[in-house]
Design a protein around this ligand. Structure first.
Ligand code: AHR
Length: 512
């Protein structure tokens, strides 16, 4: 009996030792940077959906007051240095007629937001208001034109309205509405999800339409259009193939969408009440982005070997069931440590593909899907995902430093597995190197070693985002349940960094 017990203990010991003996080993090649991580990877998405625009970024209107931009929300967004905001959709974009949203507010017509809850949209927030938000944030605007139910003329007129510097019918209309100087909008989407809500088109048909629309966006003054085509859904490689083949020479970006689900589209699962299986599926969904980006990029390489056309992940993030009690068409969901780790792993993937991925927009900015900020009346809270975006500001426009993996630990569940650790690194304009890392394993700490080659490193400091449980989140009663803290789990010795990553955690490290 005793012998059997000893044998069992020996086995267990061996298993633990094996776990401990194979840490994730990474090599950071500090002298092999080539590509810049575009800050536009950290873009936001603001659709006329639920409580994002109205009662989110802008105050709820009452009978005496018009919509007003919320200063608390704007100040918080400034801290994450939002580089661009994609607007007005989403599916809404292909139902939107921009002329409804200009001029005196009381004269603007109302429409029905058919995609999102069938609510009445009174067009109180339109082109000028949105561009005022972009200006307040120091963000570049990214307009998505209506290709699904609009016309070439209508899109061309919008382009002329925001960009023509001299006298023209649309520039004069803009002046009449109070804006003399052109807004100088560069990023221009031509439709949204034209394979789905934007018109259910075949890629061949869309590519032909795209060429018509793209032909009527002339350069005005200092502005040249950065023309963004509708890209693939997830792993639809045929869409990328056809659009690049037929219209690649007429575009500057192609907009792929990929959402991370813990269940099915019919049953996505709760944002806060989930088990490890659902956590795991979220991690797998996030990590699947790597293969998709790699394969879409490989297709693009065949038509565009110089990588002129950017792959833009124009919608990404977690999509859970709406919060109980909220309007099902408003896509209001809570945000836990799971969302934070999905965000970190996804952003690491975009960073590592900086040669081709030069833009991305998380869905969405406030009160919708994987939001940075949730509001309730005059209250506001920052989500765990917000804190990840704040950590990752260190990578904006920094030089990507390649990380090679020499050995990897896996986070396994049943017969399935994903890498336990995600990481990316960069050097900023001041020469400072940063590494972001996350632990995808919800229950076990993991040790990571990082050999820094090509630079001397003698110290490290950092911050961590974690919480006692994998489904911890911030509420209006406890808005700081999940918040950043100083991180002391990283040490440097002989140019080697050793990082003790707690379970379900994200860290940002500064190397000295
Ligand atoms: O982000 C919500 C919706 O998801 C967008 O409107 C649409 O483009 C996508 O299907």
């Amino acid at each position: 009996m005793r012998a059997r017990l000893l044998a069992l203990l020996a086995c267990l010991g061996a298993a633990v030792a094996a776990h401990a003996q194979t840490p994730t080993q990474l090599v950071l090649n500090a002298d092999q940077g080539r590509d810049t991580i575009s800050r536009h990877i950290y873009g936001q998405f603001a659709e006329h959906l639920g409580r994002l625009i109205y009662d989110g970024v802008w105050t709820r209107r009452d009978s005496t007051q018009p919509w007003r931009m919320r200063d608390d929300v704007v100040q918080a967004l400034k801290r994450i240095q939002v580089p661009n905001i994609r607007w007005p959709g989403g599916c809404f974009a292909d139902t939107y007629h921009w002329r409804d949203g200009i001029g005196p507010r009381e004269q603007r017509p109302s429409i029905v937001n058919t995609n999102w809850g069938g609510v009445t949209e009174d067009n109180g927030i339109g082109t000028h208001e949105y561009l005022a938000l972009a200006k307040a944030l120091g963000a570049e605007p990214y307009l998505v034109g209506n290709l699904g139910s609009g016309t070439v003329q209508e899109m061309h007129d919008w382009w002329e309205y925001v960009n023509h510097p001299g006298h023209s019918p649309m520039a004069d209309l803009r002046r009449k509405n109070g804006q003399d100087a052109p807004f100088e909008v560069r990023f221009w989407g031509m439709g949204n999800e034209s394979w789905g809500c934007g018109g259910n088109m075949r890629p061949e048909y869309y590519a032909d339409e795209l060429k018509r629309y793209a032909s009527f966006l002339p350069g005005y003054g200092r502005v040249r259009p950065f023309r963004i085509a509708v890209g693939p859904s997830d792993a639809d490689y045929n869409w990328t193939e056809v659009v690049m083949r037929d219209a690649g020479r007429m575009i500057d970006g192609i907009d792929m969408h990929h959402y991370t689900l813990a269940g099915s589209w019919a049953n996505k699962g709760s944002a806060t009440q989930f088990d490890e299986g659902q956590w795991f599926r979220s991690m797998r969904g996030a990590m699947a982005t790597d293969e998709m980006v790699t394969r879409h990029s490989a297709i693009m390489d065949r038509y565009d070997p110089r990588k002129r056309v950017a792959l833009i992940v124009g919608e990404w993030g977690t999509w859970h069931d709406p919060e109980p009690g909220s309007h099902p068409g408003f896509l209001y969901q809570q945000n836990t440590m799971r969302d934070a780790v999905v965000a970190a792993a996804s952003l690491d993937i975009f960073n590592r593909h900086a040669d081709r991925v030069r833009g991305a927009n998380i869905a969405q900015m406030v009160n919708v899907l994987q939001a940075m900020i949730l509001t309730q009346g005059s209250q506001m809270l920052l989500t765990p995902t917000y804190h990840v975006f704040e950590f990752y500001t260190v990578h904006h426009d920094a030089l990507l430093l390649p990380i090679a993996v020499t050995s990897r630990e896996w986070y396994k569940l049943g017969t399935d597995s994903v890498p336990a650790v995600s990481a990316s690194a960069s050097r900023d304009r001041n020469g400072v190197m940063h590494v972001t890392m996350s632990n995808l394993d919800p229950s076990h700490a993991h040790t990571v070693t990082l050999d820094v080659r090509g630079a001397r490193v003698s110290g490290v400091s950092g911050r961590i985002l974690t919480a006692p449980t994998m489904n911890a989140y911030n509420t209006f009663e406890h808005p700081d349940a999940v918040k950043p803290a100083p991180f002391t789990g990283a040490q440097v010795a002989d140019g080697r960094l050793t990082v003790a990553l707690p379970a379900h955690a994200v860290v940002v490290l500064e190397l000295k």
